[in-house]
Structures are given as structure tokens and as C-alpha cells.
Design a binder for this molecule. Structure first.
Ligand SMILES: Nc1ncnc2c1ncn2[C@@H]1O[C@H](COP(=O)(O)OP(=O)(O)OP(=O)(O)O)[C@@H](O)[C@H]1O
Ligand SMILES: [Mg+2]
Length: 233
């Protein structure tokens, strides 16, 4: 997928100020940046629920939001958009029927390690378990592009680790993933990172390259060095 001078307003305020990037298929790209920098806005544009002001946004060879992308692109929003009063299985089954993939339910519940909880109403699960239900819903129908808005927020280190491993397993199978986080340390989990600040990208590269380029040893330090470099320039 590619963005070409993408500008997006929310209300009257410009939020994305003309960004360019391309995502390599079969990779995990981290979309990192401080709160309010525009991560969710970009993700919403990619999945076609946010109007673009100007520029081009091409997803799997089609303009973002094209009807045929509905089954090829999946999104988990930052606010869980699942039904809390019905079971895990019922939630996933609902998404599976919308996606035309009713046979996927048990497989995706297993993939997010919730088989033992399948019959429990979502509101009896922990926060991390509930967020994995929304991931399961996104996985039905084997989307080619997965756009995940802060899927690891609030998860313990073990669950986080197993989710990142799972993302890489999906990428190895050819899925393209864009995963946002405002925890800079998650950069080490990604093949590539898009560092965003105030609606613009500071960098797009593997975190090791950015650390080398800036002579720093942590993702956080690299990010700060890039900001200072930008301000000095
Ligand atoms: N519905 C809206 N109307 C007007 N402005 C909005 C709206 N939603 C978000 N914004 C503004 O757009 C900017 C980018 O918001 P966005 O949600 O994309 O940031 P984010 O990087 O996802 O932040 P976070 O890490 O907190 O989720 C912010 O300044 C925000 O105040
Ligand atoms: Mg956000």
C-alpha cells in the first residue's frame, strides 16, 4: 500500500500534513508516535472510514475505501468494537458471517489463545482477553492487510510477546500488518517503523538503522534524536 502526499483533516483541523510512504507486503510495520500525532487518523484513512482531504492512498492496488477492499482489509479500533454481553464465540461468529467465512470461527479463537473462554460473555474477561477477541474478529476471512490500533496496550509482557510472535507468523504467511503503539520499545518488534510526530513522518526504517544513524541505543533515544535533528534543521 502507498500514500502519496496524503492530507487529512478532522473537522476543520489538518491532522495529516502531506505524508508519503509505502508498506512492503508480508511485513510488520510499527506506526509509532506520541498521543495525538495522527496514528488513528491514518489507520482510519487506510481502512476507508476517514475522508481524505487530498493526495492519494492506495491499498492493495485500489483506492482506500473501495468496496472490494472490505473483505481484504481488517481493522481493530482502539476502542473495542465488540459486543460485551455476548460470548467470545458469538462475537467471532457474527464477524465471520459478515466476512462470508463462517468456517473460520474456531480457528481464529484458537489463534488468539481463547479457546478455553469461547463460551464466556466478553464482559467477564480481562482487558487483555477482550482485546484479543477483537483481534480474532479481525482475523476471520484471512485479510491480506491487517491494521491494528494499539492491540498490545494494557497487555502483560507474556501475552504481548505471544501476540508479536503471532503477528510475525501472519506476515511470514504473506499478510501485511500495520500496528500502532505509543510505546517506543515496541519498535524492536517490527520489521520497519514509521515514526510519526504532529502529522508528519520523522523516519521510516528498521529501528536498528535509526539507532545507528542517530548514534543511540534505545528506540526512545533514537526518536528524541530525530526530533532534535529535525528542529535543528
Ligand atoms: N473527531 C475528531 N474531530 C476533530 N479532531 C479530532 C478528532 N479525532 C481526533 N482529532 C484530533 O486529531 C489529532 C490526531 O488524533 P489521532 O486520534 O489520530 O491521534 P493518535 O496518534 O491516534 O493518538 P493516541 O496515541 O492518543 O491514540 C489530535 O490532535 C486529535 O485531537
Ligand atoms: Mg490513536
Amino acid at each position: 500500500m502507498t500514500a502519496d502526499h496524503l492530507v487529512v483533516h478532522r473537522g476543520k483541523t489538518p491532522v495529516l500534513h502531506g505524508i508519503d510512504f509505502a508498506l512492503a507486503p508480508g511485513t510488520v510495520t510499527g506506526l509509532l508516535g506520541p498521543s495525538g500525532c495522527g496514528k488513528t487518523t491514518l489507520m482510519r484513512a487506510i481502512v476507508g472510514v476517514q475522508r481524505i482531504t487530498s493526495g492519494m492512498l492506495t491499498v492493495l492496488g485500489r483506492p482506500a475505501g473501495a468496496a472490494e477492499l472490505r473483505r481484504r482489509v481488517a481493522y481493530t479500533s482502539q476502542n473495542l468494537s465488540i459486543y460485551r454481553d455476548i460470548s467470545v464465540h458469538a462475537n467471532v461468529a457474527y464477524f465471520a458471517s459478515l466476512a462470508g467465512a463462517p468456517g473460520d470461527v474456531d480457528r481464529v479463537i484458537e489463534a488468539v489463545e481463547l479457546t478455553a473462554y469461547a463460551d464466556r460473555p466478553v464482559d467477564t474477561l480481562s482487558g487483555g482477553q477482550a482485546s484479543r477477541v477483537s483481534l480474532a474478529c479481525a482475523l476471520v476471512g484471512d485479510p491480506e492487510l491487517l491494521v491494528l490500533d494499539e492491540p498490545t496496550v494494557g497487555l502483560d509482557p507474556l501475552t504481548r510477546e505471544s501476540l508479536w510472535d503471532y503477528f510475525h507468523a501472519l506476515a511470514a504467511g504473506g499478510t501485511t500488518l500495520l500496528v500502532s503503539s505509543h510505546v517506543m520499545d515496541e519498535a524492536v518488534r517490527c520489521d520497519d517503523v514509521l515514526l510519526m510526530r504532529k502529522g508528519l513522518f520523522l523516519a521510516h526504517a528498521p529501528i536498528h538503522d535509526l539507532q545507528e544513524r542517530t548514534g543511540t541505543r534505545t528506540p526512545e533515544a533514537a526518536f528524541l534524536a530525530l526530533i532534535r535533528g529535525k528542529e535543528a534543521a
